[in-house]
Design a protein around this ligand. Structure first.
Ligand code: COA
Length: 136
């Protein structure tokens, strides 16, 4: 999954910030225990093909923290099905809106899913993104 971000998102922000982010989630430089504590969220779905994880979504009922689909599986409706599953779970938890800090690359995808940009481009820890929101 980390390779997907390198392929599609690495050129969106300054190199140093991207590298720092990748290092913080790279299983070769962080222990599995640390990764688990950093990445665990109450909503977490993965899609598998055989034994391989090819997509994931994670977050809380009112925020998507990550959504990644392996490049070989793009434009097959996997991202959309994960968003729908996430929204259904968020609604069951009583959430009335979901926010996301969309990668620059994913803005068109989120717009197609009904999300709207709430501000212009923002930067957190050097990483560029667009805040977006959907009202449920
Ligand atoms: C964004 C991402 C999750 C979309 O996943 P996906 O499985 O390819 O998306 P889907 O096939 O479900 O797309 C549904 C619709 O969204 C829109 N869409 C998806 N990718 C798009 C793109 N690259 N450009 C424009 N529109 C896009 C289309 O309307 C598409 O419907 P269509 O294929 O019938 O035209 C995937 O491209 C990805 O992992 N990107 C890299 C990581 C990333 O940026 N994640 C977001 C971090 S917040």
């Amino acid at each position: 999954m980390i390779n997907v971000c390198q392929e599609f998102n690495a050129n969106e922000s300054p190199k140093q910030a991207v590298q720092k982010h990748f290092n913080s989630i790279n299983p070769e430089s962080v222990s599995l225990d640390q990764l688990y504590h950093k990445l665990q969220k109450p909503i977490f779905y993965v899609v598998v093909d055989g034994e391989e994880i090819i997509a994931l979504i994670r977050g809380t009922p009112d925020r998507i923290n990550s959504l990644v689909v392996d490049g070989a599986y793009h434009r097959q409706g996997i991202g959309e099905s994960l968003i729908k599953k996430f929204i259904a779970t968020a609604q069951k938890s009583g959430s009335h809106k979901i926010k996301v800090r969309s990668s620059v690359y994913a803005v068109s995808f989120y717009q197609a899913m009904g999300f709207k940009r709430t501000t212009g481009q923002r930067t957190i820890s050097g990483l560029r993104h667009y805040p977006m929101k959907i009202i449920l």
